[in-house]
Structure formats: structure tokens, C-alpha cells
Design a binder for this molecule. Structure first.
Ligand code: NDP
Length: 294
């Protein structure tokens, strides 16, 4: 058996097309143009690439994009003042502060300053609390992307045994909450889990969000399982030339592909979905703020 490769790039385009349609509807029927503000502090090259992509895709979806680049030594109070100004700006429906922030800034204080209804990254404790209780808040982008891909691949997830490897606030915990909301039977594994191999072998769905290259062995995968690989790891690739590198996931792709029914590649799987879901969340936030049911 060779698995179906879940094409995150194509699926992200489908999500972005839906967002562009919603943005057009908001403009024609309500005279509203969603606005997304992205704030970056410092000059981390990876973050800058990511932010540039966000700004470009925001414009392509027909939304207003507001981009703020603050110097590395920006005091925490100044950043929070910026967030407060964006909270009060009616043209801004979504706010994203690019993480990680420089070490002198307390990330939780900054994320906590974002108005929960504009927190399109879904990281505010109010939104995390809503996800863990009644639902209805903003959902973190990468976890939302994972669930959309799983539902697109499998349809109804009810009753599936799902294993989430990783318990971070950014990925693992929200993915587990979302799977639970889809009526999966959810197990969360982490660095202290005993016998990860047998946990993987029992799972119909595996979501790996660890950050260790190919640590989930293909031979562990239950035949017919669906595998979502969130990990993005850069490893040496001497076969491509001296000093060259390549990206791999947390799952040993070549061997997992031979056992799974469907699997996301790295790159080109979960990664492209993250920005698409950020745009989707911005439309969701705009609709909620204006009591619009699209
Ligand atoms: P964190 O480092 O915050 O969390 C990693 C998790 O993996 C922790 O819960 C840790 O457990 C667990 N872990 C570590 N070692 C093991 C092990 N041997 N067995 C089982 N679990 C283990 O990472 P993130 O959640 O932020 O990110 C995970 C990966 O996803 C990274 O590669 C990151 O680059 C990628 N990522 C990709 C995104 C995308 O857009 N595609 C977006 C966000 C992240 P413990 O809690 O016990 O320490």
C-alpha cells in the first residue's frame, strides 16, 4: 500500500479561495473590508519571511494588511501600547504579534494584551479556555489547519482513535481539544510517555508535533492510519552538495508512506495551511465583531 499524499499547498489554496469569496461578500453586502495587523519585533530572518508571506497573502485575499516592524530593543511597555492602539482601531479586525519575541519581552503579557476577539492566532488564555470548554473562541491556526485537512481526508472523525504527539500550547494541546470536539478518542503523548511505539500502533490518526527529525518510525504506524506531520526540521543533506540542508518532518516519511492510508509531506503539508487559517480566522473575527453570519 502507498499512502495518498495530502497536498497541503493545494488545500491551502482552496481555503484561501473560500476566504477571498467571503471577503468579496462582506464588501458587497456589508461594505466591510477585514483588516489584519501583523507586528514583528526584531530581525529574525525566518520570522521576516513568514511575515512577508502573511502580508502578501492578506492582500491577495482582498483584505487590508497593516504591517509594523519594531526594533529589536523595543521595550515591552511600548509593544503593549502598540497592541492597545490596534485593539482600539476599528479598521483592525485581527492582530498577530509574530513569535518568538526578543528575550527581554514577556510573550504571555503581550499575547494577553490582545483583545480576545481580535486574537486571530488563538493564543490568548480566553480563547484557550473557550477551546477547552464550550468552544466558540478563536482557534490557533496550525491546529485548525490539521483538523481541516483531517476532515477533508476522512470526512467524519467520530470514534477514531487519535494520538497527538506533543503537548505545547501552540500545537499539541489545541489539536487534542479539536479532535475531542470531533468525537475522537484522544491520547496525548509527550517526552515522558512510555512506549510511544505502541501508542502509535494503536492510533487511526497520528498528529506529530514534536520537533525531532523523523522520530516517529514508519514501522510503528498502524496500516491504514492517517498521519499529519506538523514538525519542520532542517537536517544536513550532503547528497545535495556540501553544506546543503533539507526539511524533514517528525515522521519517517518513506517508511510511514508505505503503511499509512494518507500522510502529509514536509514541506508542503501542514505548513501552507497555517497562513490560510490565519486569513480564515480574520474573516471569522470580522464576522463575529459585526454580528454577521456568512
Ligand atoms: P514544542 O517544543 O513547544 O513542543 C514539543 C513537544 O514535543 C513537547 O510537548 C514535548 O514534550 C514533546 N516531545 C519532545 N520529545 C519527545 C519525545 N521523545 N517523545 C514524545 N514527545 C516528545 O514544539 P511546538 O509544539 O511549538 O512545535 C512542534 C513542531 O511543529 C516543531 O518542529 C515546529 O517547528 C513545528 N511547527 C510547525 C508549524 C507549521 O506551520 N507547520 C507551526 C508550529 C510548529 P514535553 O512537553 O514533555 O516537553
Amino acid at each position: 500500500m502507498t499512502a495518498t499524499i495530502i497536498d497541503g499547498k493545494a488545500f491551502a489554496q482552496t481555503v484561501r479561495d473560500g476566504v477571498a469569496r467571503d471577503v468579496a461578500t462582506l464588501a458587497t453586502t456589508h461594505g466591510i473590508k477585514p483588516g489584519l495587523a501583523v507586528v514583528i519585533v526584531g530581525h529574525d530572518p525566518a520570522s521576516q519571511v513568514y511575515v512577508r508571506n502573511k502580508v502578501r497573502q492578506t492582500a491577495e485575499a482582498g483584505m487590508n494588511g497593516f504591517h509594523f516592524e519594531l526594533p529589536e530593543d523595543t521595550p515591552e511597555a511600548e509593544l503593549i501600547a502598540k497592541v492597545n492602539a490596534l485593539n482600539a482601531d476599528p479598521a483592525v479586525n485581527g492582530i498577530l504579534v509574530q513569535l518568538p519575541l526578543p528575550k527581554h519581552i514577556d510573550e504571555s503579557a503581550v499575547v494577553g494584551a490582545i483583545a480576545p476577539e481580535k486574537d486571530v492566532d488563538g493564543l490568548h488564555v480566553v480563547n484557550a479556555g473557550l477551546l477547552a470548554s464550550s468552544g466558540g473562541g478563536m482557534v490557533p491556526c496550525t491546529p485548525l489547519g490539521c483538523i481541516l485537512m483531517l476532515k477533508d481526508t476522512l470526512g467524519n472523525l467520530t470514534g477514531k482513535k487519535a494520538l497527538v504527539i506533543g503537548r505545547s500550547i501552540l500545537v499539541g494541546k489545541p489539536v487534542a481539544q479539536l479532535l475531542l470536539a470531533e468525537n475522537c478518542t484522544v491520547t496525548i503523548a509527550h517526552s515522558r510517555t512510555q512506549d510511544l511505539a505502541s501508542e502509535v500502533a494503536a492510533a487511526d490518526i497520528v498528529v506529530a508535533a514534536v520537533g525531532i527529525p523523523e522520530m516517529v518510525k514508519g514501522g510503528w504506524i498502524k496500516p491504514g492510519a492517517t498521519v499529519i506531520d506538523v514538525g519542520i526540521n532542517r537536517v544536513p543533506a550532503p547528497e545535495r552538495g556540501e553544506g546543503k540542508t533539507r526539511l524533514v518532518g517528525d515522521v519517517e516519511f518513506a517508511t510511514a508512506e508505505a503503511r499509512a492510508d494518507a500522510i502529509t509531506p514536509v514541506p508542503g503539508g501542514v505548513g501552507p495551511m497555517t497562513i490560510a487559517c490565519l486569513l480564515k480566522n480574520t474573516v471569522t473575527a470580522t464576522c463575529k465583531q459585526n454580528n454577521i453570519d456568512l
